[in-house]
Ligand binder design. Structure first.
Ligand code: GLY
Ligand code: MN
Ligand code: MN
Length: 483
């Protein structure tokens, strides 16, 4: 039998000498007393937790934030908590790796890795938790003040999990977020996929209607996104001049997203010319050319993690060509038709149906559609989707595709309700290789996307400050570039 090699120290680690270990804990000033103001979200999270508790009154609900995700080797991505955890705790930004919210009976408890004294080797040796690596961590007391929650150190979690469920019901976990906890829960109660998927759906559906705090955050996300779009417009001539202008656009928007908020809410789509016909064009390595359109689909995510999702299709030269204008105007009419039917009580799918009817009518008018408008809109038709294969709307909030685990009957087949926030984002994409399309249209892709809040009698366009009419877009670009 070959002898197993002695485990080696990681190849870069410099061993800590006894001298260092004795020296390092000495003479540090005490931690400053932090102000004990609760977060703005803390006034809203008790109602959200009460709503989920009402659905599972006897059960213990385990909602993990999740841990770091490896980018490569020992380097992680910037930390982002699971959206359900953020919604129920109000913790956004990079709070709080490996934390867990437990709702059991009338009580909600947050477990997290609290600050350790500087005498603990973690202070210097842990790249994930140590103050020397990631800065000072909150104390239990600070976290309790911030969230308004009962807070315990995560070292207590396994013991608490092993206690009987207080209401006599079952343990349910938001599965797939923290694999250690998934295994712990399965060890305690056995696998119960149904219980877990019911919780996952319920947590997603809980976010369908936004409260006043969420609406304010979404308004701010849209305002911050406007700052980013205007910075891009101002720099379009520079992006053209430099080459690889799509990257320049992505970078300028990203700079403002990090400056105004936490980050981009999703990878920016900076698609110039033909690239606009690739729906999720995020490689962004193309040039910006005079005479082409730039499809910019981008959103700023605030520190609270709420994100905007806005698309404008802009003429690089500042003026639409006649062919571009025809396509743009058709998409705009489709978007307006979708918005016009959006209100409390309408069906979610009504918005899409209204938008695609206008798209189909234009395709028919241009002689592109091989069948009638009615035939292509019928369930067994669908030819029009060659030029707009995506849906018109999705819910928007902490996730760009928010509430994605909500059941079909309350999402796609459900009704719009006051307080929901959805996108309206039709498009027409004519690939340069599409021989069914008149030559003047080939290589033109247009999408227009706004974020609307559903109200009792209609909608409020949260991104309404972004010009949409083609002449307004041209005037906007000229004005921003002359500042
Ligand atoms: N930005 C992705 C989307 O519009 O859904
Ligand atoms: Mn969208
Ligand atoms: Mn988008």
């Amino acid at each position: 039998m070959t002898k197993r090699a002695t485990p080696k120290l990681p190849n870069r680690l410099v061993p800590y000498s006894e001298t260092f270990k004795k020296f390092i804990p000495q003479q540090w000033a005490p931690y400053p007393v932090k102000d004990s103001t609760p977060s703005e979200a803390a006034a809203y999270t008790p109602a959200r937790r009460a709503a989920i508790r009402k659905l599972f009154p006897r059960d213990r609900l385990v909602i993990p934030a999740g841990g770091y995700k490896v980018r490569s080797n020992d380097c992680d991505y910037r930390y982002r908590p699971h959206s359900a955890f953020t919604h129920l705790t109000g913790l956004g930004q990079d709070f709080e790796p490996d934390a867990v919210l437990i709702i059991d009976g009338g009580e909600a408890t947050l477990f997290f890795h609290a600050r350790v004294p500087r005498t603990d080797p973690e202070f210097y040796s842990s790249a994930q938790y140590g103050e020397m690596w990631v800065g000072p961590r909150p104390s239990l007391e600070e976290m309790a003040h911030l969230t308004g929650l009962k807070v315990l150190d995560s070292s207590r979690l396994d013991a608490v999990m092993a206690t009987p469920v207080s209401g006599g019901g079952k343990i349910r976990i938001l599965a797939g977020v923290d694999f250690r906890l998934d295994r712990l829960v399965d060890a305690l109660r056995g696998p119960d996929l149904e219980a877990d998927s019911e919780l996952t759906e319920a947590l997603s559906e809980l976010r369908l209607i936004k409260d006043d705090y969420e609406i304010r955050e979404m308004e701010q996300a849209c305002s911050a996104t406007l700052v980013g779009f205007e910075a891009v417009i101002a720099d379009i001539p520079e992006a053209v001049r430099r080459g690889r202008g799509e990257r320049w656009v992505e970078g300028i928007f990203g700079l403002h997203a990090r400056h105004q908020g936490n980050a981009v809410g999703y990878d920016t789509i900076a698609a110039s010319g033909e690239h606009a016909c690739t729906l999720h064009w995020i490689r962004n390595d193309g040039d910006l050319r005079e005479g082409d359109l730039l499809l910019l689909d981008a959103g700023v995510e605030m520190d609270s993690l709420y994100t905007a999702d806005v698309t404008r299709t802009l003429p690089v030269s500042g003026r639409f060509s006649p062919a571009q204008l025809k396509v743009y105007s058709a998409v705009l009419a489709a978007q307006q038709a979708g918005m016009d039917v959006a209100k409390h009580g309408a069906k979610f799918i009504d918005v899409h149906n209204a938008a695609i009817r206008v798209i189909a009518e234009h395709l028919s008018e241009w002689g592109i559609l091989p069948v009638s408008v009615e035939e292509t809109l019928a369930e067994e038709g669908g030819e029009f989707r060659r030029w707009m294969v995506h849906g018109t709307s999705h819910h928007l909030g902490i996730d760009v595709h928010d509430c994605a685990q909500a059941r079909r009957k309350v999402y796609r087949e459900g009704k719009l309700k006051a307080g929901m926030i959805i996108t309206v984002e039709p498009g027409i994409y004519f690939k340069s290789t599409d021989l069914m399309v008149p030559e003047e249209f080939r290589g033109i892709g247009v999408r227009i996307e706004d974020d609307i809040l559903i109200t009792e009698d209609g909608y409020h366009n949260l991104s309404g400050a972004f010009p949409r009419q083609p002449d307004e877009v041209e005037a906007w670009m000229a004005e921003v570039q002359s500042r």
